[in-house]
Write a protein that binds this ligand. Structure first.
Ligand code: BG6
Length: 512
């Protein structure tokens, strides 16, 4: 079992971080701002250097200038801020083709110099911010030139972004290719949902409070709903999204993280493998659909044009750049999942995610059973709704509990009220990309929030039958939901058949 040597608040281990794809979007929007925020929290080691590798023909000075501008634009850094100056003194660039072994040989000699100069102890954190087609090749070539070999007490780790494969077979193949070069303990597969404070809080909420765990099971919970709704469309990612679709893009990764954290048993500790073992058990317990079940338990949709509050009129998916005019790619998916274990037998987990929906909202809604004996049947209380607990992940982070309360007055009337906790009221709002914690954890060797190879495979194993049936039976009615709605009518029917309805949270009020 991997142990983290992390003491709270200590900076990450000394290291050189190498970013493959250093001139791309991820670097400027996420990685540089995350490093900036880590530095502000004094969590970056003094013995640190950053080496960017990319195909763009830039010299050191041009790269440094670019990073300086990126920090101003995306991290909110002030011109000439101390971090920017500090980083410029330890920032390097290597131009090269990731398919060419010579690039890696040059990288090796550059890193040897950088390591010496900055006292980084031979620790290298390679971040693959590249297109997925390059993952296996980059790792193989890093291995060939020994940039993944851990010796003399140094560590060598590789962070890989999603997607990990595009189906079960390709994910297994990628895992095999990685395992040929790296130990599992060197492999850090990022799911940025695990970098979100509110996602991490699911575990704290469940396991640091004695009051919830006793009712967190089929005896008290009627069903669970997980919604990851986005108001954005595919932006400039039409090419990728056409091949992916909502199911691949969101379900085996982000949504399954939310499912496993909600459903898992208490781990024996917060060590990486103790937590991931419990998540993995849930993934294994999700009932895999038979082909005929795909028709009744999975719904797909694609948005047509429509109106979104706060955004305005938006075009149909099929009119987006790089999207085929007769595209069959789904931009919405809803599933009724069953978790076959003692705790959750008979408790459906309804999940849905989509683009261009009415509003951005990621939440987990836990609906409890109705009271067993309705004392107030003869009064308006008969309308009493069952208790509902909502863990709101974004954008307005918080937790609410719906319950019934007596409306003051001489007759017994029961109203529905909400008890709300808003994160921002208590903890303020920190600037965060979600990558800070993940980069820091990798620098300290804590893999708890990264996906293990088996979890990747298990996630794909659940969605594979859906991919198979959907590719064999093209959708007939696309587009089938207007932008700005909550998805196609079939998604509502999925719950109506079980006498249930999707929960839609009202947007929360911003903190005063
Ligand atoms: C990414 C998907 O992994 O997650 C995107 O590829 C999606 O399509 C994004 O928009 C959602 O992330 P977040 O943090 O905005 O909820």
């Amino acid at each position: 079992m991997e142990r983290s040597s992390k003491a709270p608040g200590r900076p990450g281990d000394r290291c050189v971080m190498v970013i493959f794809g250093a001139t791309g979007d991820l670097t400027k929007r996420m990685l540089l701002p995350a490093l900036y925020n880590l530095a502000k929290e004094k969590l970056l080691p003094e013995e640190f250097a950053l080496t960017g590798v990319a195909i763009d023909d830039l010299n050191q000075d041009a790269f440094r200038e670019r990073v300086r501008q990126n920090l101003i634009e995306f991290a909110g850094a002030e011109n000439g801020c101390p971090f920017s100056k500090w980083l410029m003194e330890r920032l390097y660039y290597l131009q090269g083709d990731f398919r060419d072994l010579a690039t890696f040989e040059r990288l090796k000699s550059l890193l040897a110099d950088v390591d010496q100069k900055h006292g980084t102890g031979g620790n290298y954190l390679h971040y693959l911010a590249t297109i997925p087609e390059l993952f296996a090749g980059v790792v193989e070539r890093l291995g060939t030139v020994s940039l993944t070999r851990e010796d003399k007490g140094s560590w060598r780790r590789v962070i890989i972004e999603k997607p990990f494969g595009h189906d079960l077979a390709s994910a297994q193949q990628l895992n095999r290719q990685l395992a040929a070069v790296l130990k599992e303990s060197q492999t850090y597969r990022i799911d940025h949902y695990l970098g979100k404070e509110t996602v991490q809080n699911i575990l704290v909420f469940r396991f640091a409070n004695g009051v919830f765990e006793p009712v967190w099971n089929r005896r008290y919970i009627d069903h669970v709903q997980i919604t990851v709704a986005e108001d954005l469309g595919v932006e400039r990612r039409g090419k990728y999204y056409e091949q992916a679709g909502a199911l691949r893009d969101m379900v085996p990764n982000h949504i399954f993280q939310l499912v496993t954290l909600t459903a898992m048993e208490p781990p024996i500790s917060f060590e990486a493998d103790a937590v991931r073992d419990e998540q993995s058990k849930i993934l294994n317990a999700i009932q895999v659909f038979q082909p005929e079940e795909v028709l009744t338990r999975a719904v797909r949709g694609q948005y047509g044009e429509g109106q979104i509050e706060g955004i305005g009129r938006v075009p149909a998916y099929r009119s987006e750049p790089d999207v085929a005019p007769d595209s069959r790619t789904e931009t919405f998916v809803a599933l009724k999942l069953s978790i076959d274990n003692w705790r959750w037998a008979g408790v459906p987990f309804y999940v849905r995610t989509g683009k261009r929906m009415a509003r951005r909202s990621t939440e987990i809604a836990i609906q409890f059973h109705r009271v067993p004996h309705m004392l107030f049947r003869e009064t308006a209380a008969g309308l009493l709704l069952p208790n509902l607990m909502v863990l709101q992940i974004q954008p307005d982070e918080g937790i609410s509990l719906r319950f019934g309360a007596k409306i003051p007055g001489p007759v017994v009337r029961v109203g529905v009220v909400n008890m709300n906790f808003n994160y921002a009221d208590y903890f303020g709002q920190e600037a965060s990309t979600g990558y800070e914690r993940l980069l820091y954890d990798c620098m300290t060797g804590d893999a708890t929030l990264f996906r293990r190879a088996d979890m990747v495979d298990e996630g794909w194993a659940v969605v594979q039958p859906i991919l198979d049936v959907w590719s064999a039976l093209p959708p007939r009615h696309f587009p089938n939901y207007p932008a700005g709605s909550w998805g196609p009518p079939e998604a509502d029917e999925l719950l109506e058949r079980d006498q249930r309805r999707w929960h839609v949270s009202e947007p929360r009020k911003p903190a005063a």
